[in-house]
Design a protein around this ligand. Sequence first.
Ligand code: KG4
Ligand code: ZN
Length: 336
Amino acid sequence: MKILAIESSCDETAAAVVEDGTTVLSSIIHSQIAEHKQFGGVVPEIASRRHCENILDVVKRALAEGDCSLEKIDAIAVTYAPGLIGALLVGVNFAKGLSLASGLPLIPVHHIAGHIAANYIAHPTLEPPYLCLVASGGHSHIVEVLSYTKFKVIGRTRDDAAGECFDKVARVLGFPYPGGMHIDNASKIGYNLSYNLPSPKVTGSEFDFSFSGLKTAVINIVHNSEQKGIEIDKNGLAASFQKTVCDILVSKTISAANMLGYSKIALAGGVSANSGLRQAMEDACKSENKELYIPPVSLCGDNAAMIGCQGYYDFLAGKSATSDLNAIATLSLENM
Ligand code: KG4
Ligand code: ZN
């Protein structure tokens, strides 16, 4: 079964052709980062306008590179939630128009489920149930993946998402947007115990995260140093910050896996590209005797191949939409 998948939830216009869930025939990503960079973050209206301008070309390229005409496609999958509403609407309406004109079934896909599904492309032997740490620009979740289409979120951030925290800390350290990758690179040079940073405590749910206190601690160090005319060790601070975030993400995921009896752990989302997180999770899984699944860096960030993969499993589970499909800015993975 060949699925044409479309993703436009944030600042990447993406389309892909995916066969039987895991064979990626083409994956085209048009990134808007260069334009948003000058504003220090994604400007929602600009994102929507660029999706409008680029979506037709991106879809045409995905079909051409997948050596497919629309006649060879069996269904259209599209990200409908969560994300920037204006951005999502472009992909959703494009997919609805294409579905109406072609008669092909339309499959609405949850963006976070898509990030998790990137693991099936990279590791076709991976099967639910397993535990997944999802860390992206907008979400930090510990998720019980009960089946390909059923999820239970057992931990979430109370404030900033991990990626958001990386980006804000990067900004105060003078790195361009999106800063996660720059913190990652600086961490390879800096000493990760240069600064003593707090690991914020969260009361109530033991698997919830809180990153805003850590972010504020880094901002305070930078501002205090500026006021006193002391030069900060930028690489050391980046490395200390990254280590603190990774320690929190890894320790909560491992203790959740132990408590709930999961032997398989997966990573998903843009932050799972982080080399420190990948290494720390690998080390922890080795010592705790867990199997670890991580997507290649190319599938960690936003792409449409992961939407085609999840769309396949959603379709097999009987999920499809009609022409009244709408985009939803905030929607729990449990209610997709
Ligand atoms: O999943 P994603 O592409 O978009 C969302 O759905 O949010 O995640 C983007 C986030 C950004 O915050 C970006 O800084 C972060 O992923 N990111 C990284 C790395 N590469 C991307 N964070 C840390 N280290 C990286 N190497
Ligand atoms: Zn994403």
